[in-house]
Design a binder for this molecule. Structure first.
Ligand SMILES: [Fe+2]
Ligand SMILES: [Fe+2]
Length: 243
């Protein structure tokens, strides 16, 4: 299996605590960040290094974020870590469950992950499509102009991901409701999850390694502050939210 970056980190806390996105990659209090027991605090951890059990570790509310809304580009990357984690949960459970019924723990984890992709992930997409990308498009910096084609491709991938997530949601919901799905549906679910994994691997790499660093270079401090404000407003959180 090719390595898949999985970083488990970040939670906004307070008003966001009831939000599946903000509950996403929470750091577990008391974990040792330098050892494997502290994996929830490590960066650049590879998917292949984690056991199924570790992927399934429960999300803990109330942990501290790695970035605040006054560091919006870092916060956008933190959100990628949650996307990776929740997609990983859906893949691990698909593999664990075989053709049987999901047990209670699996059902709970799937429901949390599905809820994340229904309600919180779209806010991340909106952060990019409605807040960050327009700022890049409006920038007069020649370096930003070179990124416009990349941004268009990213928007197309958001659309494709939405379609795939809707199908994944439907199949898992049917599985949990009826207790089973057909062989063809299980194959379809596996294929969709693999498709999403491959798409996100490239998509997130482009955003984390190209688009966000570029934005950090070409956007003025007041534009970055406005980006953070819009992201906070989208979640009903007062800006800045550092503590
Ligand atoms: Fe994106
Ligand atoms: Fe993104």
């Amino acid at each position: 299996m090719a390595p898949f970056p999985l970083v488990l980190s970040c939670l906004f806390g307070t008003a966001a605590d009831n939000n599946a996105e903000e509950a996403g990659g929470a750091r577990r209090s008391g974990d040792n960040e330098t050892g494997k027991a502290g994996i929830l605090g490590l960066r650049e951890l590879r998917w292949s290094q984690l056991s199924d059990r570790e992927v399934m570790m429960p999300v803990v509310l109330g942990s501290r974020p790695e970035h605040g809304f006054d560091q919006p580009l870092g916060l956008l990357s933190d959100c990628h870590r949650r996307i990776e984690r929740f997609l990983g949960v859906l893949q691990v459970i698909r593999g664990q469950a075989g053709d049987g019924e999901l047990n209670e723990r699996q059902r709970s984890a799937v429901q949390t992950a599905l809820e994340y992709f229904r309600t919180a992930a779209p806010r991340h997409t909106a952060d990019e499509e409605e807040s960050l990308f327009p700022l890049l498009r409006a920038s007069g910096d020649p370096r930003a102009r070179s990124a416009i084609q990349i941004v268009q491709e990213l928007e197309h991938e958001h659309d494709s991901a939405n379609i795939a997530h809707a199908e994944v949601d439907s199949l898992y919901t049917q599985w949990m409701t009826l207790g089973h799905i057909s062989v063809d549906q299980r194959r379809q679910l596996s294929a969709l999850l693999e498709q999403l994994r491959n798409m996100y691997r490239r998509h997130i790499d482009v955003e984390d390694q190209q688009v966000f660093p570029l934005a950090g270079e070409v956007l003025r401090p007041e534009q970055l502050a406005e980006l953070g404000k819009q992201m906070a407003r989208r979640r009903g959180i007062e800006y800045p939210m550092n503590g």
